[in-house]
Design a binder for this molecule. Structure first.
Ligand SMILES: O=C(O)c1ccccc1NCC(=O)[C@H](O)[C@H](O)COP(=O)(O)O
Length: 215
């Protein structure tokens, strides 16, 4: 019997409270995400981010998420708090994302298979490509899945699967896409920006369970 060779990494996104970061770390999350996009109900300012990040120890990555930001906005966050990874979730191009000389992830909202392959080529500087659901007028955090069959098997960049993941659909998502990592926000919440600690633990444990299944 063969099982997955690498553990599926886990990012819990849209944190607004230090206690939710403590719960995510305790459950075993590999990364936490902070949303610096003001229209989001999960948006944080720098002082809130600072309080959340103080609860995140070494070896757990802090991701700062932006949507078509002004460069100065990104630089101010980088200069103010510990950010391990930038995540660009808008229409940014590789040169924009790379200008900060900081590791970054590029999010793509998937409508067709060619979106995925093209994105891996368009963002040579990206550490990974985050595949999210497309919903007109909603840049992210939709709570909806996309058609996972659109994701080709072999891609030149590590893939982070996002968009409507829950403990209930996780096994199918991982077995279909075989991502390097999974990303969840709404699926582990009590309300927008307020995480449900039990749901976080159940989500992480389900990833562990799926990873142990024969492939
Ligand atoms: O989470 C948001 O509110 C958000 C708003 C605008 C751009 C991106 C946003 N989130 C980005 C993420 O990485 C989410 O975790 C991802 O979209 C999945 O969200 P969900 O479908 O709720 O699990």
């Amino acid at each position: 019997m063969s099982v997955r060779q690498t553990r599926t990494r886990i990012k819990i996104c849209g944190l607004t409270r230090a206690e939710d970061a403590v719960a995510a770390v305790k459950a075993g999350a590999d990364a936490v995400g902070l949303v610096f996009y003001a229209p989001s109900p999960r948006a944080v300012d720098i002082e809130t981010a600072r309080a959340v990040i103080e609860a995140v120890p070494a070896f757990v990555s802090v991701t700062a998420l932006f949507v078509n930001p002004e460069p100065a906005e990104v630089q101010k966050v980088l200069d103010s708090v510990r950010i391990d990874l930038l995540q660009f979730h808008g229409d940014e191009e590789d040169d924009f994302c790379s200008q900060f000389k900081h590791p970054y992830i590029k999010a793509i909202r998937v409508r067709q298979a060619s979106d995925v392959v093209a994105s891996c080529m368009r963002f040579p500087g990206a550490l990974a490509i985050l595949l999210d659901s497309y919903k007109p007028g909603v840049p992210g955090g939709t709570g909806e899945t996309f058609d996972w069959s659109l994701v080709p098997d072999e891609l030149p960049k590590p893939i982070i699967l996002a968009g409507g993941l829950t403990t209930e659909n996780l096994a199918l998502g991982i077995s279909t896409v075989k991502p390097f990592a999974v990303d969840v926000s709404g699926g582990v919440e009590a309300s927008k920006g307020i995480k449900d600690h039990g749901k976080i633990t159940e989500f992480v444990n389900e990833v562990y369970r799926v990873d142990q299944q024969p492939i």
